[in-house]
Design a protein around this ligand. Structure first.
Ligand SMILES: [Fe+2]
Length: 551
């Protein structure tokens, strides 16, 4: 049988990417030497002497078992391997394979690939080991929110072409849980990007198939082959607006026990993502970890969803009345409400204090939800009565009512997004106090919001704490598609927000020097066609204590 990149035929021959009648007992499965590589390669969690490398072997229909592979790492695309070894893509792990490569040199680009027993070879991927000692520059890309039915991953195709790219920081929503009639379905139907499976994902097999679909995407494969990904999940890797004990989009009556769903989602995540195994098998959600970029920066990846997050404050109906808004605002101030939790905070303080003590000028936070204060925008005030009426008149009736009610709640002081740090202001204040205590120069990143941001962060006393760069979605729809120009209104009305774009899709390039951190908000002209042009929505430069737009 021939294997080609045209995967429609292959998926039919090899199944859709999920395990095929597997006996999930390690070591008990028969060996399969014939395999295809339909999901490319990926690398992640780079260190100064290595990285995780990943692939997935697809066994022919009718067969199941463990697939022995060899792996190789070389200094160039055509070079001889400097490291090689064997690994088994076990049936128990959905025939995914991961190797934690070590013993390499720092600040060096490496190429890697896998091979099956019958001589099939994966495409070659690249990663760069982390620098040690004096480091003048760092270039990373921020990515988030890649709803598969939401459109083509053009942003990844562009990212893959970057000449310099040290690593990709992925802030979550790598997959979404919805079925074919769910979020973004309209675009999915237009572009033929329907989710697999077609129902909302709940079981282990469901989550595996959804990950497989994303990894089969050729533009996704380009980006994975280009650089190591440093990933953390957001909510949709399990279910919308998740917290420690459930999610907005999880109904125990219909979908069963939350813990079982979470365990299934996390198992598939660890199988399919180029991330190190959890440090604590009893608490796989504890994926917070840190990366050192020589003497220039520390990156602390934090977990804000499944470990400690208190439930979101939400209206019991579609929109709250004045009495309920008052209740919600009071509940928001409850000091017991957590986002990171005490244990993670303690770990974070240790990491950041160590970074400051080592004299590193930047402390980066790989964080999921927007940290800045964003008041609910007053649309009428921003555009005037007439333009406001015209703006909402274009929307379907249900949205008109919702926006009208939201405007009243916002006027009472309800923030724009209660699922963001704005829903956890006391926990945010605890974080800010810790950042001041250790003397950090924080550069926080955010995904989740499907919008691009450059924000100044202040504590309750008005003291400037640091800068936040939020990256827009790769494909997921934004509020800007309903209300074009919403980002500008938010920026005008939010003292902390210097820049906000709610309209465009893309990713963000962050370039660090000892003095400056620059964000370049890269945009793609469309996600409904593979033909696109690249743009730059804005460039912002942060220094210790300042943030400004640059040309
Ligand atoms: Fe998202």
């Amino acid at each position: 049988m021939t294997f080609s990149i045209n995967r429609r035929g292959l998926l039919a021959a090899f199944g859709s990417g999920a395990g095929i009648g597997l006996a999930p007992v390690a070591g008990a499965a028969p060996l399969v030497t014939s395999a295809a590589f339909l999901h490319g390669v990926a690398s992640g969690d780079p260190s100064a002497d290595g990285a995780i490398i990943w692939t997935r072997a697809t066994v022919p229909v009718g067969k199941s078992g463990d697939v022995p592979l060899t792996w190789h790492v070389a200094r160039s695309a055509s070079g001889k391997p400097v490291k090689s070894g064997t690994v088994t893509a076990t049936a128990a792990a959905d025939n995914t394979a991961k190797v934690d490569v070590s013993g390499l040199s720092p600040a060096t680009e490496y190429w890697y690939w896998f091979q099956s027993g019958d001589g099939k070879t994966t495409p070659k991927g690249r990663f760069r080991t982390l620098p040690t000692g004096k480091t003048d520059q760092l270039v990373i890309a921020l990515a988030t929110c890649q709803l598969y039915p939401g459109g083509f991953f053009n942003a990844y195709e562009d990212m893959a072409k970057l000449k310099r790219l040290d690593a990709v920081v992925h802030l979550g929503d790598y997959i979404y849980e919805y079925g074919a009639d769910g979020y973004g379905a309209e675009t999915g139907k237009k572009t033929g990007r329907l989710p697999d499976p077609s129902h909302e994902i709940v079981t282990l097999d469901d989550y595996r198939r959804r990950h497989a679909q994303v990894k089969a995407d050729p533009q996704m494969q380009m980006a994975h082959a280009r650089a190591a990904f440093i990933c953390v999940w957001d909510d949709h890797e399990v279910a919308n607006d998740s917290w420690i004990g459930g999610a907005e989009n999880h109904d125990p009556a219909r979908e069963g026990d939350w813990r079982a769903r979470k365990a299934a989602a996390l198992q598939a995540y660890f199988e399919w993502m180029p991330i190190r195994a959890p440090r604590n098998a009893d608490e796989p959600a504890a994926i917070y970890r840190s990366f050192e970029f020589g003497d220039l920066a520390t990156l602390a990846m934090v977990e804000t969803r499944l470990l400690a997050r208190s439930p979101q404050i939400a209206s019991k109906g579609t929109a709250p009345d004045a009495a309920e808004v008052a209740e919600m605002l009071a509940a928001r101030q409850d000091p017991s409400r957590e986002l990171l939790g005490a244990q993670q905070m303690k770990w974070l303080e240790g990491v950041l204090a160590g970074s400051v003590k080592a004299g590193k000028p930047w402390q980066m936070l790989g964080n999921q939800v927007v940290m800045a204060r964003v008041p609910g925008p007053d649309l009428r005030k921003a555009v005037g009565d007439e333009a406001y009426e015209a703006m909402v008149a274009r929307l379907p009736e249900s949205y008109r009512t919702l926006i009208a009610k939201a405007q009243i709640a916002y006027a009472q002081g309800l923030p724009f997004n209660l699922d963001a740090w704005d829903g956890y202001p006391v926990a945010r204040e605890r974080l800010y106090a810790m950042l001041r205590r250790v003397g950090a120069n924080p550069l926080a990143f955010a995904g989740d919001s499907h919008a691009a941001w450059a924000n100044n962060l202040h504590d309750d006393s008005g003291l400037r704490i640091g800068t936040e760069f939020g990256t827009t979605a790769i494909t997921s729809p934004s509020y800007g598609s309903l209300l074009p120009g919403l980002g500008k209104i938010i920026a005008q009305q939010s003292p902390e927000v210097a820049f906000c774009d709610q309209d465009l899709k893309g990713y963000t390039i962050v370039t660090l020097s000892p003095e400056t951190a620059t964000a370049e908000f890269v945009t793609v002209s469309t996600v409904t066609s593979r033909q696109f042009t690249r743009g730059i929505a804005a460039r912002y430069e942060a220094r210790k204590g300042t943030l400004r737009a640059i040309a």
